[in-house]
Design a protein around this ligand. Structure first.
Ligand SMILES: [Fe+2]
Ligand SMILES: [Fe+2]
Length: 325
């Protein structure tokens, strides 16, 4: 039997045994709890095997443990293998959806801490966590989890951009004092706004839309509509669908797919559109480096007719509290 460790329980965190993924190296040690003792089950650089997992099943272990100092490594491991976990039919649906919500909350917190005001951080991050937790109900079927996995699998860049857009969109939407249901719809719709990109060839997603050929751009412009179709297994409410479908519309009617103008574009979609642009500009892209918040906002302001001025003003306000704009 491996070496024993007699640290106190506060030094260990429980994780689901389903996070042991055969064929990977975890990068953190995995322990079993036996009585009051934590017994080393797998070393950090061990190649995890089917046997590691099946032995736990035979023992009826409901939890395994990691040392509290390895929380970050565990989160990175889960994020790296998230699509695989979400697709794994041998893992109960609630374990898979909880794995997603914990991982998404952590990513959202990272976005918040790097880009938004520290003054009200705790309260706002907690609110975002709650909304993500409530959004778990959209992923309570294997089919919905599969759609989500497909989106994550099409590139961390698209998924991380979804999380970033969601954080800004929730902060801006909150200033309109909406009801809880609208905030939940906003949470899921803004995160999944680019889910339709999973249907595009990878080469297209990595290209600057401004340098695409007319044919390429025509194909690219289908992603909001394809997104609604791609997300059909996820029970999205109309407000969430608006975020996906209308996130490339412009106030002057020169956007796509419908060319809707001002009042025709729902507020949730106007907020998503503005936050989508801001997150995209302040994120490294395959074709250019990220802009500073100031440069991004300047470019957005100069793009007359693109954004709802009131939504834009509220985004600037949310950011300026942080001294970024
Ligand atoms: Fe998009
Ligand atoms: Fe986007």
């Amino acid at each position: 039997m491996p070496a024993k460790n007699q640290d106190t329980p506060q030094n260990y965190l429980p994780i689901p045994p389903e996070h042991i993924l055969p064929g990977t190296r975890a990068g953190f040690e995995i322990y079993l709890k036996q009585g009051q003792r934590f017994v080393l089950y797998a070393k950090d650089n061990d190649q995890l095997t089917e046997e590691h997992r099946s032995r736990l099943g035979a023992m009826g272990a409901r939890k395994v443990y990691i040392s509290a100092g390895k929380e970050k490594e565990h989160a990175e491991y889960v994020q790296k293998h998230l699509a695989r976990i979400l697709n794994d039919e041998s893992i109960p649906v609630d374990v898979r959806s909880e794995t997603w919500s914990n991982s998404a909350s952590r990513l959202a917190e990272d976005v918040y801490e790097a880009n938004l005001p520290a003054t009200v951080l705790r309260k706002r991050v907690q609110r975002i966590r709650q909304l993500i937790e409530m959004s778990r109900r959209f992923f309570d079927t294997p089919e919905a989890l599969k759609e989500l996995a497909r989106f994550i699998d099409c590139g961390q860049q698209a998924y991380n951009h979804g999380i970033g857009t969601m954080v800004y969109a929730l902060c801006v939407m909150q200033t309109f004092d909406p009801d809880q249901a609208t905030m939940t719809d906003m949470c899921i719709g803004s995160m999944l706004h680019d889910i339709g990109k999973a249907t595009l060839p990878a080469t297209l997603s990595e290209k600057d839309p401004e340098t695409m050929t007319p044919e390429e751009f025509t194909a690219y412009m289908t992603h909001p509509v394809m997104g609604v179709r791609a997300g059909s297994a996820i029970p999205l409410m109309p407000e969430a669908i608006h975020c996906v479908l209308f996130h490339h519309e412009r106030m002057d009617g020169k956007g796509y797919p419908s060319g809707a103008t001002e009042g025709e574009i729902p507020l949730t979609a106007r907020v998503t559109a503005t936050c989508n642009t801001y997150d995209g500009l302040t994120r490294d892209q395959p074709w250019r480096e990220r802009l500073t918040p100031f440069e991004a906002l300047k470019r957005m302001r100069d793009d007359t007719g693109a954004h709802d001025p009131d939504v834009f003003k509220r985004l600037v306000q949310v950011l300026s509290d942080s001294g970024l704009a």
